[in-house]
Design a protein around this ligand. Structure first.
Ligand code: DC
Length: 222
C-alpha cells in the first residue's frame, strides 16, 4: 500500500519546497502534480488550442503522453518523450494551466496517472486535490496556506533572483485572481479535505513547516 502524505494549498504557499524537503527526510518519492498540469498546458499551447474551447481541449489532450521519471533524485516531466522541466515555469504556462486544469477529461487523465505513480509506494504528493480526490485515503493530509502578500513577496524574490523586474501589487492581484479561479471551479476545486490539518506558512521557515509535518507523520506511522 505505502504511506501517503498529501499536501494541498494555493500557489506560492511553499508546497513544492516543503513537499520535497519532507520526502527527502522520509526517503519517500515526491510527486509534483502541478508539473503534470503544466506539461499538459504546454502541449495544448503548442497545438494552438484555445483554452476556452472545451471540445478541442478534450480531443487534443488524448494526444499528450505525460510521464514522470526520477533522475538524480529530481522529478523530470516528459511530454511525448521530451524533457520539459525547463519550459513549464513561465507565466504563460501558469495561466494556460490554470484554465485547462478545469477540464474534466484533462483531470481524469492526470489523476489516474498520479494514482498509478503512488500505488504501492511511500509518497509525498502536492497539488490542489490530492487529499480530496487523488489520494483520499492518505494517512497525513496537509492544507498549506500563506497570505497573499507574503506569497507575492516570495514570487517577487524569485523573479528578482532571475534578474527579472517585478511589480508586487500586480503579482498579488494575480495571485488573488488565480486563487479565486482554483477555489470556485466546478471540478475538483481547491478545498481542504475534512481531515486535513492546516498550516499557515506566512511567518514560518521551511524547516519549521517541514518539522510540523514530520511530527504528524511520526505520530500516525505504525
Ligand atoms: O502548483 P502549480 O502552480 O504548479 O499548478 C499549476 C496549475 O495546475 C494551477 O493552476 C493549479 C493546477 N493544478 C490542479 O488543478 N490540480 C493539481 N493537483 C495541481 C495543480
Amino acid at each position: 500500500m505505502g504511506f501517503k502524505v498529501a499536501i494541498d494549498g494555493p500557489a506560492g504557499a511553499g508546497k513544492s519546497t516543503i513537499a520535497k524537503t519532507v520526502a527527502k527526510k522520509l526517503g519517500f518519492i515526491y510527486v509534483d502534480t502541478g508539473a503534470m498540469y503544466r506539461a499538459m498546458a504546454l502541449f495544448l499551447m503548442r497545438e494552438r488550442v484555445d483554452a476556452g474551447n472545451k471540445e478541442a481541449v478534450e480531443r487534443k489532450c488524448a494526444e499528450a503522453d505525460i510521464t514522470i521519471r526520477y533522475e538524480d533524485d529530481e522529478q523530470v516531466v516528459y511530454l511525448n518523450g521530451e524533457n520539459v522541466n525547463g519550459l513549464i515555469r513561465t507565466e504563460q504556462v501558469s495561466n494556460m494551466a490554470s484554465q485547462t486544469s478545469k477540464n474534466v477529461t484533462v483531470r481524469e487523465k492526470l489523476v489516474s496517472l498520479q494514482q498509478k505513480l503512488a500505488k504501492d509506494t511511500d509518497v509525498v504528493m502536492d497539488g490542489r486535490d490530492i487529499g480530496t480526490c487523488v489520494l483520499p485515503d492518505a494517512e497525513v493530509k496537509v492544507f498549506l496556506t500563506a497570505n497573499s502578500r507574503v506569497r507575492a513577496e516570495r514570487r517577487c524574490k524569485e523573479l528578482t533572483a532571475k534578474g527579472e523586474a517585478c511589480d508586487i501589487d500586480a503579482i498579488e492581484k494575480d495571485i488573488i485572481k488565480r486563487d479565486h479561479q482554483d477555489m470556485t471551479r466546478e471540478v475538483s476545486p481547491l478545498l481542504p479535505a475534512d481531515d486535513a490539518f492546516f498550516i499557515d506558512s506566512s511567518y514560518m521557515t521551511i524547516e519549521q513547516v517541514a518539522e510540523e509535518i514530520l511530527g504528524k507523520v511520526k505520530s500516525v506511522w505504525k
